[in-house]
Design a protein around this ligand. Structure first.
Ligand code: SME
Length: 137
């Protein structure tokens, strides 16, 4: 097993754990920057298959976080004009950047079927998690 397989395994387990433990997390996945290109590529995830396996910087919630380097909490996706829909069931979304050595290398993305579910605790948990993920990347 190569080291990169090992990281993929760990990230998938993180997705599985979050998906199992938090009932309003209905799609949980990672996107990572594709080398030096200004695009994100889908990594390990749990949830329905998505058409958005490659996302240009600036597009959708994920693409905006790739540029802003800030957590983006969306209580109601229907109020966002720059949004990429993966499922008609998704009502809310949170995207948290993964910053390694000052660079935005990717993000965790969580969709919810519940309207406005994400609290400051979710934000704190996921920001902590992304700091931990940065350490193993
Ligand atoms: N909704 C995201 C796209 C990714 S899917 O949620 C998995 C966005 O607007 O960037």
């Amino acid at each position: 097993q190569s080291p990169s397989d090992n990281i993929e395994d760990k990230l998938l387990k993180v997705c599985q754990l979050l998906d199992a433990e938090i009932e309003y997390y209905n799609w949980t996945g990672f996107y990572f920057r594709n080398g030096d290109k200004e695009e994100l590529v889908l990594g390990p995830f749990v949830g329905a298959a998505t058409d958005h396996t490659v996302i240009p910087f600036g597009k959708g919630i994920c693409g905006q976080v790739a540029v802003s380097n800030e957590t983006f909490v969306v209580p109601d996706v229907n109020e966002q004009s720059n949004y990429l829909s993966c499922s008609i069931d998704t009502k809310a979304e949170i995207v948290v950047p993964i910053i390694k050595d000052g660079k935005n290398i990717g993000q965790i993305d969580i969709d919810s079927h519940t309207h406005n579910p994400f609290t400051d605790e979710d934000k704190a948990l996921l920001e902590w998690l992304c700091e931990e993920v940065a350490k193993i990347m």
